[in-house]
Design a binder for this molecule. Structure first.
Ligand code: ADP
Ligand code: MG
Length: 241
């Protein structure tokens, strides 16, 4: 329970993260400014490598702002009846295009499940964030699987990768804004997922091991099963699926 409270507090903190954001955006700005100053003083033309680095830094600042905004705004999700399977299907070409770039594959296993009310934009974002994390954890030749199925009390979205798995010591930090183990990561993907899940009465469970990772998002059908912040039951599993 202590752990669950911690996550709640972290989610609430999101509103007060101006300082974190400022820091994260100042870094890329400092880099870009440095290069420009150098070019000006030395009267040299910046090399393509430098220009690429500047573009990459600005892109990173831009994604931090975009992802942070989707954390902060949209408190009142625009919920309507939708088919979760159709949303996954509609995103598949996009996810596949991303996967192909690095020699990975994506498959889906979508059962016919009842429609339920959700904010389509937010759920698209959730699926994309989890899929991108899965792809980023995998090597060429490995396969990402997105499943939709029904349990007695929930509709489940499962994103399964064959990647590196998540180290036990960082499990606690997942979903903390700006926590990332990647050079060009924003560390906001999972934080956004957790806040979307809370707004949809969905619980996120993570199973991981040296075989890869499965992220389950369980949309509770019965309001009485309120998830509130019952987030983050983590299982470390060494066995195969
Ligand atoms: P980012 O992807 O920008 O690093 P996220 O919030 O999406 O930020 O993820 C935070 C961290 O959680 C990642 O840096 C990575 O270490 C870990 N992670 C998330 N999903 C996975 C996954 N499917 N496999 C392995 N590690 C993961
Ligand atoms: Mg991510």
């Amino acid at each position: 329970i202590e752990k669950e409270m911690g996550r709640l507090e972290r989610l609430n903190l999101i509103g007060e993260m101006a300082a974190g954001i400022a820091h994260e955006i100042r870094n890329p700005m400092t880099t870009v400014r440095g290069f420009l100053q150098y070019a000006k003083h030395s009267r040299t033309v910046l090399s393509p490598t430098h220009l690429d680095l500047m573009v990459a830094e600005l892109d990173r600042a831009n994604s931090i702002i975009t992802e942070f905004l989707s954390l902060a705004k949209n408190k009142n999700a625009d919920k309507k009846l939708h088919s979760l399977g159709s949303v996954v299907e509609s995103l598949l070409p996009l996810i596949q295009a991303e996967a192909i770039l690095s020699g990975k594959t994506v498959v889906t296993d979508i059962e016919t499940v009842p429609e339920f009310e959700f904010d389509e934009k937010e759920i698209r974002q959730l699926i994309l964030n989890l899929s991108m994390n899965g792809l980023e954890a995998m090597q060429a030749g490995e396969c990402l699987k997105i499943r939709v199925y029904e349990e007695t009390d929930a509709i489940v979205l499962a994103v399964e990768d064959e990647g590196s798995g998540i180290a036990p010591e960082i499990m606690d930090k997942l979903g903390t804004p700006f926590f990332t183990t990647k050079d060009s990561g924003t560390g906001l993907g999972l934080a956004v997922c957790y806040s979307i899940a809370v707004r949809h009465n969905a619980a996120i469970d993570i199973k991981t091991g040296n075989w890869g990772t499965i992220i389950y998002v369980r949309f509770k059908l019965n309001a009485a099963d309120a998830v509130s912040i019952k987030q983050g039951r983590y299982d470390q599993e060494d066995c195969s699926r």
